[in-house]
Ligand binder design. Structure first.
Ligand code: HEC
Length: 122
C-alpha cells in the first residue's frame, strides 16, 4: 500500500469516529448562572429543581421539589419556545413564581440556553 493510501485511510477513520461519537453539547456561558441553582443531573434538587429532562416535563412537577403555587398551576409542558420566553422574563411568563432570577431580557441568549436544556435527558 502506498503511503498516500494510508494517509487517506487515517483521515476517513478520523471522520467516521467524529460522526459516531457526537460531542456532548457544551453549556452556553449564560448557563453558569442557572447552574448555581439548578442541577443537570436527574433528580438532584438544589435551590431549584433539576433541569434534566425539563423539555417534555409538565411545569412544576419534578417530584420532591416544593414549587410556588404559581408554577404549579402553570399547566403547560415545557418546550424550547416556552422555556425561551420564561428564561427571558420569568415573571412575565409565570407571574408570582419564586425563581430568584431576573431574566436574560435577551431572546437570543434565552433561546441558546433553552436549546441547551433540550439536550439534557433524564
Ligand atoms: C437563584 C436561584 C435560581 C437561578 C439563578 C435560576 N433559577 Fe430557575 N428556578 C429556581 C427556583 C427556586 C425555581 C422554582 C420556581 C417556583 O416554584 O416558582 C426555578 C424554576 C425553574 C424552571 C421551572 C422548572 C419546572 O420544573 O417546572 C425552569 C425551567 C428554570 N427554573 C430554568 C432556569 C434557567 C434556564 C436559569 C438560568 C437562565 C435559571 N432557572 C436560573 C431557582 C433559580
Amino acid at each position: 500500500m502506498k503511503l498516500s493510501h494510508l494517509a487517506g485511510f487515517a483521515v476517513a477513520a478520523a471522520t467516521l469516529a467524529s460522526v459516531a461519537t457526537p460531542a456532548k453539547a457544551a453549556a452556553p456561558a449564560e448557563f453558569q448562572v442557572c447552574a448555581a441553582c439548578h442541577s443537570t443531573k436527574p433528580g438532584v434538587i438544589k435551590i431549584g429543581p433539576s433541569l434534566a429532562g425539563v423539555v417534555g416535563r409538565k411545569a412544576g412537577t419534578m417530584p420532591g421539589f416544593k414549587y410556588s403555587a404559581a408554577m404549579k398551576k402553570a399547566g403547560w409542558i415545557w418546550d424550547v419556545k416556552k422555556l425561551t420566553a420564561y428564561i427571558d422574563d420569568p415573571q412575565k411568563v409565570v407571574p408570582g413564581n419564586r425563581m430568584p432570577f431576573f431574566g436574560t431580557h435577551n431572546m437570543k441568549t434565552a433561546h441558546a440556553v433553552a436549546e441547551y436544556l433540550a439536550t439534557l435527558k433524564k
